[in-house]
Design a protein around this ligand. Structure first.
Ligand SMILES: C[S@@+](CC[C@H](N)C(=O)[O-])C[C@H]1O[C@@H](n2cnc3c(N)ncnc32)[C@H](O)[C@@H]1O
Length: 244
């Protein structure tokens, strides 16, 4: 029998998950930024700014953004560090194309190299980057452990990994309100703004299936990092893991 993994609350064959995730992001690509603002009340912008604050980057260094989507993170890196060279990757051609378009329109294309690539198999040599970022992407990987090992492999020995991802609220009352919002409002917003409730149902489910803060921290350490700390944002709805 084929090995199984989860796709939201569903069980799928391991070798089919990337295809299912691909369908979701092809479908939501055009309305992706609008939906991000609507679902998070614009807060994702602030979370990404916080991520850059933790980057420990300096001018002239090399950064890799995995699962980059519409290139929000490279855009912010470029705003703060004009001479950081960035590699911008995503597994999905529709999302990567939007990222490229944005880099051209918003004038940071000259500092970027784009590549269609899975975060689970990165087309870079060992010890290439000073910073690796992955924003709201790890949740969708078929093999997160493999992805984390790849991130460690391509980082320089003193490089920094930053993972921005949905996580687990620390307060139980807040957690119930958040559950209600995720399963009742988000799919409706998806239907109204992107004409796609199914993909946003997957979003809510995939968040629930993602490891909590401590579990992810242990996975990061198991992947070979010496140190990992996390920062809870909005009561742990989102967390930033910083590892070295
Ligand atoms: C929710 S979007 C996040 C985009 C952007 N990083 C942000 O924070 O707005 C998730 C992205 O992960 C990409 N993705 C999913 N699985 C991936 C994988 N295994 N490797 C690389 N990218 C992946 C999707 O194509 C999608 O663009």
């Amino acid at each position: 029998m084929n090995e199984k993994t989860h796709f939201g609350f569903k069980e799928v064959d391991v070798n089919k998950k990337a295809e299912h995730v691909g369908d979701v992001f092809h479908s939501v690509a055009e309305e992706y930024d609008l939906m991000n603002d609507a679902m998070s009340f614009g807060m994702h912008r602030l979370w990404k700014k916080m991520l850059i604050e933790l980057s420990e980057l300096s001018e002239g260094s090399m950064a890799l953004d995995i699962a980059s989507g519409t290139a929000d993170i490279p855009r912010l890196i470029n705003k703060k560090f004009k001479s950081v060279s960035m590699h911008v990757t995503d597994i999905n051609a529709s999302m990567l194309a939007l990222g490229k378009e944005r880099a051209i329109n918003e004038n940071f294309f000259h500092n970027c190299n784009f590549a269609l690539a899975s975060g689970e198999s990165l087309p870079y040599q060992d010890q290439t980057f000073d910073l690796v970022t992955v924003g709201f992407g790890l949740r969708n990987f078929t093999d997160k452990e493999k992805g984390l090992k790849e991130m460690k492999r391509v980082l320089k020995p003193d490089g920094v990994l930053l993972i921005l991802e949905f996580s687990k609220p620390t307060n139980s009352f807040f957690s119930k309100v958040y559950d209600w919002y995720s399963f009742n409002i988000i799919p409706k917003l998806g239907s109204f703004l992107a004409n796609d409730s199914k993909s946003y149902q997957y979003l809510a489910e995939s968040i629930r299936m993602h490891p909590d803060q401590e579990t992810l921290k242990n996975m990061v350490l198991d992947a070979g990092f010496d140190d990992c700390k996390f920062y809870n944002l909005v009561n742990g709805v989102v967390a930033i893991h910083q590892a070295k």
